[in-house]
Design a protein around this ligand. Sequence first.
Ligand code: AMP
Length: 559
Amino acid sequence: MDVWQEARRHLDGLPGGQGLNIAYEAVDRHVARGDGERVAFRFIKADTGVHDLTYSELARQSNRFANVLRTLGVAPGDAVFSFAGRIPALYIAALGSLKAGALFSSLFANFGEEPLRTRLTKGCGRVLVTTAPLYARRIAALRSSLPQLTQVVTVGSTVPEETVGFDGAMAAAEDAFTIPPTDPEDPAFVHFTSGTTGTPKGALHVHAAAAAHYATAASLFDLQPDDIYWCTADPGWVTGISYGLVAPLLHGVTAIIDEGEFDPARWYRIIQEQRVNVLYTAPTALRMLMKAGARLARSFDLSSLRLIASVGEALNPEVVRWGRQAFGRDIHDTWWQTETGAIVIGTAASQTVVLGTIGCAVPGIESAIARRQPDGTLAFVAEPDQVGELVLKAGWPSMFRGYLGEPHRYAKSFIDDWYLTGDLMCRDSEGRFSFVSRGDELIKSAGHLIGPFEVESALLEHPAVAEAGAIGKPDPLIGEIVKVYVTLKDGFAADEALRADVLGFARRRLGPALAPREIVFCRSLPKTGSGKIVRRLLLARELGVPVAGLADLEAPEQQ
Ligand code: AMP
């Protein structure tokens, strides 16, 4: 029996052999087994008050939300979106949507108008769950450009006009809901991710992915039934769903969700007070903790921590060394992407951390280092320690099944049956991978993958901007910041007032998560013969490194 079949044996399947539904596996089966009174989610409010949802309560509430969707006319396959912070309603809506056979997608609460419009349009969002303040600030003005969005459900005591109140609808709904038969290949989640060109891609994931979430949380985190587990990722990104919601609930443990903002002392207090056993976080957060000093960490009782794991960006060896001082523990790196749906490379709980390496491919994943050839084939690199692209043999359960509405883009992500990750890595003779860089121009800022095209497109809407080229400028704390080189239309003066105006415009359009932090006005941007802006040259200039083959291109001339 292969690894994934074995993992499937840990899942129950819908009663009566009616298929596999993530929400049933994550919630209802624990209730059916008599574990309903265990705490599924413990929400830590901004004021540090605590709100618990037991598995029974979550089963009831997600049933109610599934009934609300039925009342709103949502049919299986329709898309339900959320746009909210880390509040209980988001998690209830996610599980209720899966129960109703809908496709669920969660949008980051820091998104501005443009990222929201693109994603809701591409995902054909039919219902949106949001809060009353976010509705007023970001959604109300967009509604007329989103004809397919027929219902907005708002959480909060005041219910804006043209929306349905979450509390009222939930109060009127029935407690019972029977999950319809669900094929493991039925769509469950859409997670948006950035591309270097074109609009963001909606990666489609199916219910069968649960086997990968279950298996990886078992091997990488060694989850135990009584664990208190904290994944700090926001559900607006894939980690916050795959490992903030699905994986811990499949294991029936208690997942901590912090509704508040990052603050080192707050985080340590949560670990201390909640007796967190497993912490899954990101290098940016770890670097910020490091900045606050080991003494702060040691002033708290963090002895409950059994495992600390990281994902999203390269984990610096000095952060791991610092973690040993601060926590007396190693930090285990893991690597995966929106498209892989679950961890595919990492240092398992039972394995020894080797500084500067991520770890090995998880059991069941066939991986290789390869180079794309001009004739469209792959050349596999057999020798160890050689740089090439990480490629993964298609077929693991949490692999994305498509990019929404873009079969051509999906097809281009594979050569034969190898999925091309776009990350350059090398692998040592023991099979451990080390991250080298992205092979493309995507920007990683605070763990969020940002497409330069999306940033540039928003800037081009400013009346003064003629052209824009976005790059990721290395930053010691958050990995990279978005920096944009801009040329201006005739008649506009490249002064500080305009720079502040363009920065403010970008922040409003894109939201703080994607907006550039720096803007440089240039007289011209480097272009290829066909007129495409060469971001690689902008980056090379930024880093002060020569770039082979680009010498004859015009350099940006700063104003
Ligand atoms: P996303 O699809 O937004 O989850 O971003 C996936 C990308 O994040 C990968 O392709 C990598 O470039 C980067 N990434 C994720 N985990 C790691 C890691 N452990 N080390 C280095 N880069 C990582």
